[in-house]
Design a binder for this molecule. Structure first.
Ligand code: ADE
Ligand code: ZN
Length: 324
């Protein structure tokens, strides 16, 4: 059996924290995380809003750069086990120093140093603002991004509750990030319908879309994505776990791919959704018959869309070449 290396473009660093890691830190610090875990130790939520609350509660135990360094090591070790050779992680200054640039720089350095110790995987950071924290707070995240843009911080994005405000409310932050040379993505069309994706493209001028799966509702949008080769960071297991789609069979990833939209596959927040990148591909094979050729094509699309330098992209594309 061939093992195809994997490229992951959509992974929230805190969302990838193993529950045992968060529990361990809570115990070390004597913090009470009531309501965060089920009896079996998994994260506890029944809908997207609860997911966001539990996520933010879990983040309260991550209070310093050293902890984010340890978290980065734990997350990347999990990714390496899944055959991931390149990952882009969403990093939130809101959880790393509260938006203060000096503090954020310390957190960023800790994560960059942790990543540099693992030669099996390349990591880049996408600084992320959180939509339901509002446009003013987003500007502090954008400033952190702009001030640390470079080899490691290569992108700017937005997560959080897509039903709060409009994509365009964050245009100032996106303009700031763009002017600093950062590449742009945003969560759109996970909950907000096709209209949210159109707004993201028009108002934020992003080049990739986080999720984007609701695009399937608008044939003109699907044509637009295919024509302009706008890459979707699709996270099917996340969508099914959060109830965006009732089951894998109903998930639109294959319809989008068949219509020529460049789709990529990521896990979003894997322990929250009881998933791994290998499981995502296994279920795509079981549900839609994805074979090695499709998996390779999808990962080549991801390598081409990665927010990295040309030399890294060449290296990744080489690793994706069939060996026989
Ligand atoms: N933050 C972490 N996971 C997210 C998701 N699936 N949607 C929006 N924001 C998130
Ligand atoms: Zn996400």
């Amino acid at each position: 059996m061939t093992v195809i290396p994997k490229i992951e473009l959509h992974l929230h660093i805190e969302g990838a924290a193993p529950p045992a890691f968060i529990r361990g830190l809570a115990q070390e610090k004597g913090l009470n995380l009531e309501g965060v875990f089920n009896d079996d130790g998994s994260y506890r939520f029944e809908n997207f809003n609860q997911f966001l609350s539990v996520y933010e509660a879990a983040c309260t135990v991550l209070t310093g750069p050293e902890e984010f360094g340890r978290l980065t090591t734990a997350v990347l070790e999990q990714s390496i086990e899944q055959g991931v050779i390149y990952t882009e992680a969403f990093l939130s200054p809101d959880f790393c120093g509260g938006g203060d640039v000096g503090a954020w720089r310390e957190y960023m350095i800790a994560m960059q140093e942790a990543a540099a110790k693992l030669p099996e995987i390349d990591m880049r950071g996408i600084v992320t603002c959180i939509r339901h924290f509002g446009p003013e707070q987003a500007k502090t995240a954008a400033l952190c991004a702009a001030e640390t843009a470079g080899d490691f911080i290569t992108g700017f994005g937005m997560g959080g509750d897509e039903m709060v405000g409009a994509q365009g409310d964050y245009a100032y932050s996106y303009d700031m990030a763009r002017e600093a040379g950062l590449r742009l993505t945003t969560h759109a069309g996970e909950w907000g319908g096709a209209a949210s994706v159109w707004q993201a493209l028009r108002d934020l001028k992003v080049e990739r879309i986080g999720h984007g799966v609701n695009s399937i509702e608008d044939p003109a949008l699907v044509d637009h994505l295919a024509e302009h080769q706008i890459v979707l960071e699709v996270c099917p297991g996340s969508n099914v776990a959060l109830g965006v789609y009732p089951d894998w069979q109903s998930h639109p990833i294959e319809k989008l791919r068949e219509r020529g939209v460049p789709v990529t596959v990521s896990t979003d927040d894997p322990p929250f959704f009881h998933t791994t990148l290998s499981r995502e591909y296994d279920l795509l094979a079981d549900t839609f018959g994805w074979d090695d050729e499709v998996v390779r094509d999808v990962n080549v699309a991801a390598a081409k869309a990665a927010f990295c330098d040309a030399a890294t992209r060449e290296k990744l594309l080489k690793q994706l070449e069939p060996t026989s």
